[in-house]
Design a protein around this ligand. Structure first.
Ligand SMILES: [Zn+2]
Length: 337
């Protein structure tokens, strides 16, 4: 488990099931240093190991989360640079992680309109590979009615705006790609006590859909949600934990139904990698053979220098035909001035 800055470093994980086939490869969250293997330590006394056949790569894709497009900073140039860097890796697909625009949750419509215009423009001009989108809290139009100057009766209120912008028919969905199954979840539900708040959980319809979707495939599975289902950095926020003598995690920082969802993933037996964003921080952990990874943010700290200890990043992921994967963090090569 790690939680660390992406500055001048990257983190790599090789899927647990790949260990047998990839002995000596970087394994674990080790700042790219790798874990020395028994073979390496015993190399003077043991015969060299027979090299295992490399698994066949089925798909390389980039997880680009938290772009937060806005006309108010150089977000356009920073995202263009990120997309160029992604293309240079040979990635065949981009999976976004939500918070595509800076904010539409509590922002008046005129600004939201300009954010979406720029968002579409940067992908039109700098992306030639397929993109699959996931939605975040900042992509929801006007839930914080007072600040957004919304009434709630607008035809594009709530999720409708982002679904229309992205030509999606549902805020959760799944698809197959190159022998892997992708599940895109929608984390953000209203907080009944606070119209300007939100809670991370699946509503009953989405939970039922997920259960049926998991049961319907035997392919290895990648899941993406905006808010982490399980994460380490979520537990590092909040109030005075020492004084309270307990670690509290906000219902807006990690899924309240993590236990239920993780149990569903375990029951499936095919979920390998669960991606998230939202934290603008990088972490990974593995529970019961399922790896949860939070992939930083393309915008770093909301395009502001020193606003967070996360440089502009994305995750580069190789999926293999044998159901294993390799995940590593990359800098977008954009330096926030
Ligand atoms: Zn964000």
């Amino acid at each position: 488990m790690t939680a660390h800055s992406s500055r001048r470093s990257f983190t790599a994980i090789t899927g647990l099931a790949a260990l047998g086939a990839a002995v000596g490869a970087t394994f674990g969250s080790t700042l790219g240093l790798g874990v020395r293997t028994a073979q390496a330590d015993d190399s003077t006394t043991s015969p060299p190991p027979t090299p295992a056949a490399a698994p066949t790569r089925a798909l390389r894709f980039a997880h680009c989360t938290d772009i937060h497009m806005t006309p108010n900073t150089n977000a356009f140039e920073g995202t263009a640079r990120a997309l160029n860097t992604v293309h240079a890796t040979g990635a065949q697909m981009i999976l976004t992680g939500g918070d595509l625009v800076m904010d539409s949750f509590a922002t008046p419509r005129a600004m939201v309109d300009s954010e979406w215009v720029l968002f579409h423009k940067v992908f039109a001009e700098h992306c030639t590979i397929p993109v699959e989108h996931c939605l975040g809290n900042h992509d929801i139009l006007g839930w914080c009615k007072s600040k957004a100057q919304a009434t709630g009766s607008e035809s594009d209120f709530g999720y409708a705006r982002a679904l229309s912008e992205l030509k999606l028919s549902s805020r959760w969905r799944s698809f197959d790609r190159n022998g892997w199954h992708f599940i895109v979840l929608s984390s953000v539900e209203p907080d009944p006590k606070d119209e300007c708040g939100y809670l991370a959980r699946l509503n009953p319809q989405q939970r039922a859909w997920l259960e049926a979707d998991l049961a319907a495939t035997k392919l290895p599975i990648v899941v993406v949600s905006h808010i982490p289902i399980v994460s380490i950095t979520s537990s590092m926020r909040g109030g005075d934990q020492e004084k309270a003598q307990k670690t509290e995690i906000s219902g807006g920082s990690m899924h309240l139904d993590a236990n239920t969802i993780h149990s569903m993933f375990r029951k499936s037996g095919h979920v390998k990698l669960v991606l998230s964003g939202h934290m603008h921080l990088i972490d990974q952990c593995t529970a019961d053979g399922i790896t949860y990874a939070c992939s930083g943010a393309v915008c770093g700290g909301w395009w502001k220098k020193n606003a967070n200890h996360c440089d502009p990043t994305f995750a580069l992921i190789d999926l293999f035909a044998d159901g294993t994967f390799h995940y590593e963090m990359r800098n977008t090569e954009w330096v926030i001035a």
